[in-house]
Write a protein that binds this ligand. Structure first.
Ligand SMILES: [Zn+2]
Length: 142
């Protein structure tokens, strides 16, 4: 089964909607996420470290902002011409960019988790069951 990548990136990555049904927002605040979709019951956070990728993406956005600003300042000196300290200006704008971009980093990251089957509907975690539930070569206790 292949999932619609472009549609998922648009409605989840850009608009922050549920990747499965697209009817409700994944967010309860600016960056706070709901536990599951109220419409289709898709669980958003199914593994403990799932938010780490979103954090890494968020920092990448901040770093990209800082690099672009540095190149613009080297090329055209707009900050120096405006009487601003370029280093501090870049740091402050990059931090603000990281904070503002974190919601998109999060929704984009969770659209990837959905597309690669790291989300599940209901309470069953995605992927293979834990070893204790597999009954492989296990002697049943009376
Ligand atoms: Zn949904």
């Amino acid at each position: 089964m292949s999932k619609p990548f472009l549609r998922t990136f648009w409605r989840t990555g850009v608009k922050g909607l549920c990747p499965n049904c697209g009817k409700t927002s994944m967010f309860s605040g600016y960056i706070e996420m709901r536990e599951r979709c109220a419409n289709c019951q898709l669980r958003y956070q199914t593994s403990a470290g799932a938010w780490l990728g979103a954090l890494a993406l968020g920092y990448t956005i901040g770093a990209a902002v800082a690099i672009v600003l540095t190149l613009v300042e080297i090329g055209y000196r707009p900050m120096r011409d405006a009487g601003l300290d370029p280093a501090w200006t870049i740091v402050i704008i990059a931090l603000v960019g990281t904070a503002v971009g974190y919601r998109w980093a999060k929704s984009f990251w969770f659209s990837l988790l959905y597309l690669y089957d790291f989300m599940a509907i209901g309470d069953v975690p995605p992927g293979p069951p834990p070893v204790s539930e597999r009954h492989v070569g296990r002697v049943r206790e009376p």
